[in-house]
Ligand binder design. Sequence first.
Ligand SMILES: Cc1cc2nc3c(=O)[nH]c(=O)nc-3n(C[C@H](O)[C@H](O)[C@H](O)COP(=O)(O)OP(=O)(O)OC[C@H]3O[C@@H](n4cnc5c(N)ncnc54)[C@H](O)[C@@H]3O)c2cc1C
Length: 469
Amino acid sequence: MASTLAGIVGERRVLERRSALTAYASDGLPGYHQVPSLAVFPGTRDELVAVVRALAGAGLPFVPRGAGTGLSGGALADGTVLLGLNRLTRILDIDPVNRIATVEPGVVNSALQKAAAVHGLHYAPDPSSQSACTIGGNVAENAGGPHCLKYGVTLNHTVACTVLLPDGEIVTLGSRHGETAGYDLLGAFVGSEGCFGVALDCTVRLLPDPPRVRTLLADFSQLHDAALATSAIIASGILPAALEMMDGAAVRLVEASVYAAGYPTDCDAVLLVDLDGVADGLEDDVAAVDAICRAHGARHVRIATDGAERTLLWQGRKKAFGAMGRAAPHLVLQDAVVPRTRLPDMLQQIAGIGARHGVAVWNIFHAGDGNLHPSVSYDAGNPGEAARVHACMTEIMQACIAAGGTITGEHGVGLDKIDYMPALFDGDTLAAMCRLRDVFDPAHLSNRGKVVPVHTCREWHQAPAGRAT
Ligand SMILES: Cc1cc2nc3c(=O)[nH]c(=O)nc-3n(C[C@H](O)[C@H](O)[C@H](O)COP(=O)(O)OP(=O)(O)OC[C@H]3O[C@@H](n4cnc5c(N)ncnc54)[C@H](O)[C@@H]3O)c2cc1C
């Protein structure tokens, strides 16, 4: 197969040596380590189609991979073919009149933002990984981001995808210009985590930049108060464009790094709030959020005075996970959603669970969505520490489920959360998911073994040995 693929993409674009393949053995969650049998990197749409058809002809399974920033082990290919999409980076069309853009799957999120900005437009989903992650990966994970509180996640901004099914057929899902008749197969494809085929191109909505944005940073001496303020802001009827929380430990780490943003280092939590809209009434919302934060114990509320200060304040949040690299060589970053009103209680529980396992848990998360990202810096080479981190994270996820929450707000199920699926869905529901998958990929060639742990899928597998090691 390697020589067939080399005949399509050129020899340099097919990797066979284990030393080279090791670079693709993990994604953003380094607790998993799975080495592909070979990796192939098509550079054009035609090459991609020819590669998948060759694999399908040989009955070989494959795993699509964008930038590999995923945090659920979704883009790992264990002894199968890794299909790298990162060379497909053309923005095919920006249509400012209809406010849509069509891009190849490997276009990096921030590259699309940059191209849209020229027209006074932007693409709303803004994962914190946006300087690296791809639009194809965003569509596959139904990615979110700070501004999805007000504007919605990837699904709300994707109008059409051309999809290469695992058997080599090409189908168009959705339509460039709005509603389509029939089943909403685009809705099914967005968030399918590479199990339904490969996005060949994606057409996404662009939004006009808001006329005005105000950014506030409120700092608290109690994490609990920041969580109560979050609930109170939403309950007041104001819908911030973004409402993010970072705990004091995370703040101190950021401030000690090159991403320092001038956050107060003696606090227990900060809230970072964006309010946007037309100038009329916006200052009233700013004053109201300021007052709510102070009423819930905020010591200071800093309001950015210009674009440069806004960018600086956001840098601290967006680069916070990068700053964690200072603490230890590896990072586990989870993703669980709880009802917003449960945030104060959950944060307390997370601290208690961490303390019981002797693990320091950071919290940097999309508070407005109740979307927690408990994170731990650790040394995966230390088996004792890795086991404690794994046990701690498992308990946290179980606590979130018990609180009426779910196991992923935006990062997907992948390998990492597959064992939690039976706690959320009954057997019939899981079987229905399998049957849906069969429609797109009856031979289970694309990203097999991920997402749905149902025996009838013949994909039941044990938690990988590499888990949390
Ligand atoms: C520091 C950091 C911060 C993050 N912040 C956020 C955040 O705020 N919000 C958020 O939602 N996520 C966040 N993430 C997670 C991650 O960046 C997103 O899930 C992103 O969408 C993954 O894109 P990718 O190109 O890296 O995909 P990959 O990791 O390469 O792949 C992810 C999944 O998508 C599939 N896939 C990739 N491309 C295609 C395609 N063209 N067609 C079909 N399937 C495909 C893969 O098979 C895999 O299952 C963060 C990650 C990091 C490391």
